[in-house]
Design a protein around this ligand. Structure first.
Ligand SMILES: *Cc1c(COP(=O)(O)O)cnc(C)c1O
Ligand code: SF4
Length: 318
């Protein structure tokens, strides 16, 4: 997929906010920049997830949980997106694919959590989400459902009463988490606060997912304010992702050393429960890896994987 096809797409609420505030954190994340073109470094598929695509629409990499990708559409195009070279392919997810997903899940009872991702799963209608959940509810081994989404930020009105009622209804059957992707407080519009109020009133558990990005939030103060505000609105900070080395998005990349310095300061002024895990996805398929080893503040440049093994691959830019 060609970079040029990752067209600029900015939702109306965010465009209004850009016009109103001229916030560099918003402009840098969403407005197309010529600097994206002709980048020599960076990877087309920085994560290497596709190797774990078992059937169309399902990625099974970690034993007990799998990603479900019912759509590749997004409400907004984030210029740093690690899928920017894959999205916009307009692959439709079909009925036949869904039958294969159901069969795979039935055949793999070790999977107890299904993670709706994409694209963005909240691009689906409530009816469609209900349809999928009804089918997943029949698979006894599934206990947990997660939605990873940027839509509450990009299109806050999508979080309507019908949607929260839908999640509430399925909370009888599943433990459900809504994982909201947000990188900077300048994204938090009045309508987003209304959406949060509605989610809190419906007791939908929320987690927060943040990407560390150069010239967006690569400073202690922005992240401290973001995580504190998440805590106030009952979004528990879950992951702080070191940026991936994406071709066409290398201008968002920053050295691991810089991220670790910011994270150390955050540890000092946030309680453990409001501090996200700082992680990095190692190119080449090693997966999510802690980016911060508290026992050795002087970062050695080596990364340790989830089982404590030393990973020889260093990120090229340290
Ligand atoms: C990130 C990811 C998950 C979810 O991992 P958690 O650490 O549980 O949030 C699951 N599957 C794949 C392929 C992933 O990349
Ligand atoms: S919403 Fe997510 S998947 Fe879509 S462009 Fe933004 S980061 Fe990428």
């Amino acid at each position: 997929m060609n970079n040029d096809l990752f067209s600029e797409l900015i939702s109306q609420p965010i465009q209004n906010e850009i016009d109103r505030t001229k916030s560099p954190a918003l402009i840098n994340q969403f407005v197309f920049n010529d600097i994206e073109l002709n980048q020599k470094s960076g990877l087309i598929d920085p994560i290497g997830d596709q190797a774990y695509a078992k059937v169309p629409g399902l990625i099974h990499r970690y034993t007990n949980r799998a990603l479900f990708i019912p759509t590749e559409k997004c409400p907004i195009h984030c210029r740093y997106c690690f899928r920017k070279n894959e999205l916009a392919s307009e692959n439709d997810f079909l009925k036949n694919d869904f039958d294969q997903v159901l069969r795979y899940l039935t055949d793999h009872p070790e999977i107890n959590e299904l993670i709706f991702t994409g694209g963005d799963p909240l691009m689906l209608s409530n009816e469609k989400i209900k349809f999928y959940l009804e089918h997943f509810a029949k698979i006894a081994s599934l206990k947990f459902i997660r939605f990873h989404t940027r839509t509450p930020i990009a299109l806050p009105k999508r979080i309507n009463q019908e949607f929260t009622n839908l999640l509430k209804a399925f909370q009888q059957r599943f433990i459900i988490h809504l994982v909201i992707h947000t990188n900077h407080l300048s994204e938090w519009t009045d309508d987003f606060y209304i959406a949060l109020k509605r989610l809190n009133q419906s007791h939908i558990p929320m987690l927060g997912q943040t990407v560390l990005l150069k010239e967006v939030n690569d400073d202690f103060q922005s992240l401290k304010e973001l995580f504190e505000n998440m805590a106030l609105y009952q979004i528990r900070p879950y992951y702080l992702h070191h940026p991936d080395q994406v071709k066409g998005a290398m201008h968002f990349y920053l050295p691991l050393k810089k991220g670790r310095e910011i994270y150390s300061k955050l540890r000092n002024c946030l309680p453990g429960w409001a501090l996200p895990n700082y992680i990095i996805d190692i190119p080449g398929g090693a997966g999510k890896t802690p980016a911060y080893n508290p026992e050795s503040f002087d970062f050695s440049g080596k990364l340790i994987n989830r089982t404590g093994q030393l990973i020889a691959v260093n990120p090229p830019i340290l």
